[in-house]
Design a binder for this molecule. Structure first.
Ligand SMILES: CC(C)(COP(=O)(O)OP(=O)(O)OC[C@H]1O[C@@H](n2cnc3c(N)ncnc32)[C@H](O)[C@@H]1OP(=O)(O)O)[C@@H](O)C(=O)NCCC(=O)NCCS
Length: 191
């Protein structure tokens, strides 16, 4: 039996494949299940890129972009086999400290409607402010959805899948016409 400790450290380019797998598995049963990336997006300086690593395997990730006094959590994800062990909290605390040291006063995140994630943000002091809708119109879910989403067609092009933004006030009306709608929320807290 080999005991390996999970450590929080800076992301390194050699982590990329393991980083992508960790993020993908973490999102598997969430509202972001089909938000698939095949390359890690850059998080330019002074942004914070941290991983929780079990040996060479990435089991948790956090990227925090910093623009002046506002830090934005781009990605936070913990591999399902390692969730609820405090890894997300350790990544958040380390990311928050580094972002504060870089001058950020507020930290924000946008997320959809997974109860566990909402609970996690709230229990870490985040308060919800803006809300708007993420609407999917998918022919393969309901053949009429794309035509209910777009009025006109470019000749020869048939819309099959669309992703749309809409104001929250239209939620009841849009839920009648579209199967998949998420409320996207901004969470923020003083850093
Ligand atoms: C949200 C997430 C990053 C939290 O990381 P974590 O290491 O699991 O969280 P921690 O161990 O630090 O904190 C645990 C707390 O998070 C919440 N939580 C995390 N996973 C949960 C689950 N599956 N069910 C219910 N609550 C959960 C609970 O409040 C839990 O506290 P509790 O165990 O005392 O009830 C992680 O669960 C995750 O990757 N989720 C899926 C991906 C995602 O939604 N990312 C955010 C997209 S914006």
């Amino acid at each position: 039996l080999v005991h390996v400790t999970v450590v929080v450290r800076d992301y390194e380019p050699a982590d990329e494949e393991s980083w992508l797998r960790c993020r993908l598995l973490s999102f598997l049963h969430t509202a972001y299940f089909d938000d698939v990336w095949t390359a890690k997006p850059p998080c330019p300086a002074p942004g914070v890129e941290l991983v929780a690593a079990n040996g060479a395997t990435v089991v948790g990730v956090i990227d925090v972009q910093i623009a002046g006094e506002v830090a934005l959590i781009d990605t936070v994800a913990v591999d399902p086999d390692h969730q609820r062990l405090g890894i997300g909290t350790a990544l958040f605390n380390a990311g928050r400290e580094q972002a504060a040291a870089a001058g950020a006063l507020t930290i924000e995140a946008w997320t959809r409607d997974d109860e566990a994630t909402l609970h996690w943000y709230r229990s870490h002091g985040f308060v919800e402010s803006d809300q708007y809708l993420h609407v999917y119109a998918n022919y393969y879910v309901d053949a009429g959805e794309p035509d209910r989403a777009v009025a006109g067609r470019r000749p020869g092009l048939r819309p099959m899948m669309l992703f749309l933004h809409a104001p929250l006030e239209r939620e009841n009306e849009l839920r009648k016409d579209f199967t998949r709608i998420h409320i996207c929320r901004r969470f923020s807290r003083p850093i």
